[in-house]
Structure formats: structure tokens, C-alpha cells
Design a protein around this ligand. Structure first.
Ligand SMILES: Cc1cc2nc3c(=O)[nH]c(=O)nc-3n(C[C@H](O)[C@H](O)[C@H](O)COP(=O)(O)O)c2cc1C
Length: 198
């Protein structure tokens, strides 16, 4: 299994360092039970008014949902995501039960997806979020009402051989992960244009 643990300045939790967005999947299937375990982890995310607006459509390799999802992905994603054993379509319910707009639905759905991804990492399962897809067609294809916003697709699977990927994905698969320095993400309150001194 290829590890690309984050090279952190501080002793960040191991699971956070371990998760990364791989693209090389082995042929090993993820069982329905394990998928349900990951979705349970998602369900324990915090959400505005405990509304839990996250929704998922599951595609198992070979079934109709999976084929539909692959066809909705941008070709640059489909080329590797088609080999994942499981694809998830992540959606957010955009209204509260009283019909008012839930402005936090996407935030909450992202939090749930992160829980899912960390649980997956704990079980040596790769997760890879994809925003590159035709979401308008996805809504139509899956018959989704306007109450739900498509958010992302997520590919899941066990680690495979990076050499199974075409270039430049093969090289990218083994390249170190990078992040902006803290100076760039901490804003001064006086001016958002100047970096803070940390
Ligand atoms: C909302 C969102 C959309 C993304 N869309 C894509 C995508 O379409 N294709 C892709 O290969 N990776 C996609 N990614 C993965 C990011 O490129 C990846 O998370 C980032 O490069 C950091 O790498 P890491 O997850 O390994 O730390 C997306 C990630 C997020 C959160």
C-alpha cells in the first residue's frame, strides 16, 4: 500500500496525515457492510439544526448506478475512476422540513464526506472526491428533484498498483503531497490582503 503521509510542521493526528486522494485501485471489492460502515461514519458529522442534509447514491462496480456515474464523470476522471469498486454520488438536501432554505447544507455535506473519508483511511481504503462531472445531467439521469443539490462524486477502493495508471497520472500518484504554508491561510483581521506573521 502506497503511503503518502503529510509532512506536517506539528504532530497532527495520524489519520489526517494518512488520508490522500489516490487513483490506483486494486480489484478487491468493498463489501456492502463496509460501505455502510463508512456511511455511518458520515452520519455522525455535525450539521446545522442536526438536519443531516447529506444523501448518497451508491454504485457498485457492474451495477446500473455505477455505469451511470462513470458516464457522468469528465473523461479525465472516468479514465481512472471506472476501475474503483465503488462510486458514491454525494448530494445535499437544500431545505429544512419547514421549506426554508438550508444555507448550511453544503457545509454539512462536506463535513459528512470528510468523516467518511477518514473512516475509509482508517480501513486502508482510498477515497477520491471528484467535482469534475456533468451535474446537470446527473440530476436528470437519477431523477433528482430540486430539493437536492448534487455536490460531488467520490471514488472508493483498496490500494492498487500505480503502474496501472496512464501518464501523467502514474507520476502524480507517487508525487509528494503539498500544502500552502500557515502564513497564507491565516488572515489578519485588519486587512485580508496582507499575510499574518505566525
Ligand atoms: C470539491 C473537490 C473536488 C475535486 N475534484 C477533483 C476532480 O474532479 N478530479 C480529481 O482528480 N481530483 C479532484 N479532487 C481531489 C483534489 O485534487 C485533492 O483533494 C487535492 O489535490 C489534495 O490532495 P489530497 O486529497 O491527496 O491531499 C477534488 C477535491 C475536492 C475536495
Amino acid at each position: 500500500m502506497l503511503r503518502k503521509d503529510a509532512d506536517t510542521r506539528y504532530p497532527v493526528n495520524e489519520l489526517i496525515r494518512k488520508r490522500w486522494s489516490g487513483r490506483a485501485f486494486s480489484e478487491k471489492m468493498i463489501t456492502e457492510e463496509v460501505v455502510e460502515q463508512l456511511l455511518e461514519a458520515a452520519s455522525w458529522a455535525p450539521s446545522s439544526m442536526n438536519e443531516q442534509p447529506w444523501r448518497y447514491i451508491i454504485g457498485y462496480k457492474g451495477d446500473e448506478n455505477f455505469e451511470r456515474m462513470v458516464n457522468l464523470l469528465n473523461p479525465r476522471n472516468a479514465v481512472w475512476a471506472k476501475d474503483a469498486p465503488v462510486l458514491l454520488f454525494s448530494l445535499a438536501k437544500n431545505t429544512y422540513p419547514n421549506g426554508s432554505k438550508n444555507k448550511h447544507a453544503w457545509y454539512d455535506t462536506g463535513a459528512a464526506n470528510m468523516n467518511l473519508m477518514l473512516e475509509a483511511a482508517a480501513n486502508d481504503i482510498i477515497t477520491h472526491v471528484m467535482g469534475g462531472a456533468d451535474f446537470l445531467s446527473a440530476k436528470e439521469e437519477f431523477g433528482i428533484s430540486d430539493e437536492y443539490d448534487p455536490v460531488v462524486f467520490i471514488a472508493l477502493g483498496y490500494h492498487g498498483d500505480p503502474d496501472s495508471l496512464p501518464e501523467p497520472l502514474n507520476t502524480r500518484e507517487t508525487a509528494p503531497r503539498k500544502r500552502k504554508p500557515a502564513e497564507e491561510i491565516i488572515l489578519k483581521t485588519q486587512s485580508v490582503n496582507e499575510p499574518a506573521h505566525v
